[in-house]
Design a protein around this ligand. Structure first.
Ligand code: ADP
Length: 355
């Protein structure tokens, strides 16, 4: 099949000389159908191999950032054909999963090609990584046509396609997602999706976290591993200076459990996991501004106190949902601790006041 598709590709590309336009059109049809058959046969062989337990899985810690960039690169041509752009949100350098590189690549490129294929021209497909408890979630987000309600329960089935008619517009075998699910399950993970018809779909792949040799866990990972006193309030602290994170965390010792996060992206992920009692936000970080987090924080806890703790002087009274602005060079840590704990409410805080 590969040689048939290859030969037809060469002929339609002009490698065998000029051919009349009518013949060229027929060769093109034969070429695209041969290529489709090759994909179908490869997919069937993959399913067969996985089901028979003959697919090899070479598990090792894999850094997510370079792997996702490679997947973006691999699907760039396909994305170009559909006029779709693939974006990767910032991925932490230490974010890694335990997986087989080729197989994980197959999973991500499969989800990406679906997302691209079901997007409209000019739309963007986004890849996002969210740290979860001892796992990482890789999400492929599209704003395309979405998945019809009636089809959702069958989507991971073999040969399942929402539009299985002969006249359907999109190519594919209907095996992609069943291969994705088989692989992810064998990697010890899970795959799921959310979709709104007409507005798009999100496919999530959750995989076990791994530690890369030579990279220490980020502060947020350290926090989630620490046992916490359930009587203490939980405060989110976002700052890209690791020293500042460490100092503030110890200043709150015994008064609050601090979740330290070094970036806006990680803070967003933390907000999805945890309902915070207060937040301390830095302003200028590499991937955004702490004030971007006010809306998602308030969505989960409408009245939580939000304090900007920043190196920059801020003119005028606090606005945009900020309760207080403290400038690092002027406010002591004692003030920060007192202001935050007082605002949370003395009923929740053991002891209260600064230290
Ligand atoms: P294929 O893409 O080869 O048809 P898959 O198993 O990958 O097969 O997907 C099965 C079906 O699920 C698709 O035909 C489509 O109906 C639906 N689907 C998958 N991903 C998306 C998506 N991102 N947006 C809309 N529909 C999707």
């Amino acid at each position: 099949m590969t040689s048939i598709a290859g030969s037809l590709g060469l002929i339609s590309g002009g490698a065998a000389g000029e051919i009349p336009p009518k013949a060229a059109r027929l060769v093109e049809i034969a070429h695209s159908n041969a290529a489709r058959l090759v994909r179908l046969i490869n997919d069937i062989l993959d399913i067969e191999k996985i089901e028979a337990g003959r697919m090899q899985f070479d598990l090792r810690p894999l850094a997510l950032a370079p792997l996702l960039e490679a997947a973006q690169h691999q699907t760039a041509g396909f994305a170009g054909e559909y006029g779709v752009k693939v974006d990767i949100e910032p991925v932490g350098a230490g974010f890694a999963v335990l997986a087989d590189e080729d197989r994980l690549m197959q999973v991500i490129t499969n989800l990406l090609s679906n997302a691209i294929k079901f997007s409209r021209r000019g739309e963007v497909v986004t890849i996002r990584v969210t740290p979860l408890d001892r796992r990482y979630r890789i999400s492929v987000i599209d704003r395309g046509e979405g998945i019809p309600e009636a089809f959702r329960s069958r989507i991971f089935g073999k040969f399942a396609q929402a539009d299985a008619s002969d006249s359907r517009q999109k190519g594919g075998t209907g095996l992609g997602l069943s291969i994705v699910r088989e692989i992810v399950v064998r990697l010890g993970g899970s795959v799921d999706f959310e979709s709104v018809e007409g507005a798009g779909s999100i496919f999530h792949v959750d995989l076990p976290a791994a530690e890369l040799p030579g990279i220490s866990p980020t502060p947020s990972e350290v926090e989630t591993q620490m046992p916490r006193d359930p009587t203490l309030p939980i405060v989110l602290h976002v700052d890209d200076d690791p020293d500042m994170l460490a100092v503030v965390s110890s200043a709150f010792d015994g008064k609050a459990t601090i979740h330290s996060t070094p970036s806006v992206a990680e803070a967003r992920a933390a907000i999805r996991r945890t309902r915070y009692d207060a937040a301390i936000l830095d302003v200028g970080m590499l991937d955004g501004c702490g004030t971007d987090l006010v809306a998602p924080l308030r969505k989960r806890a409408p009245s939580l106190p939000v304090v900007l703790f920043t190196a920059q002087e801020v003119d005028g009274a606090p606005k945009d949902g900020i309760d207080l602005v403290l400038v690092k060079s002027r406010a002591s840590l004692d003030t920060l601790v007192r202001e935050v704990t007082d605002r949370i409410g003395s009923d929740r805080v053991n002891g209260g006041g600064g230290k």
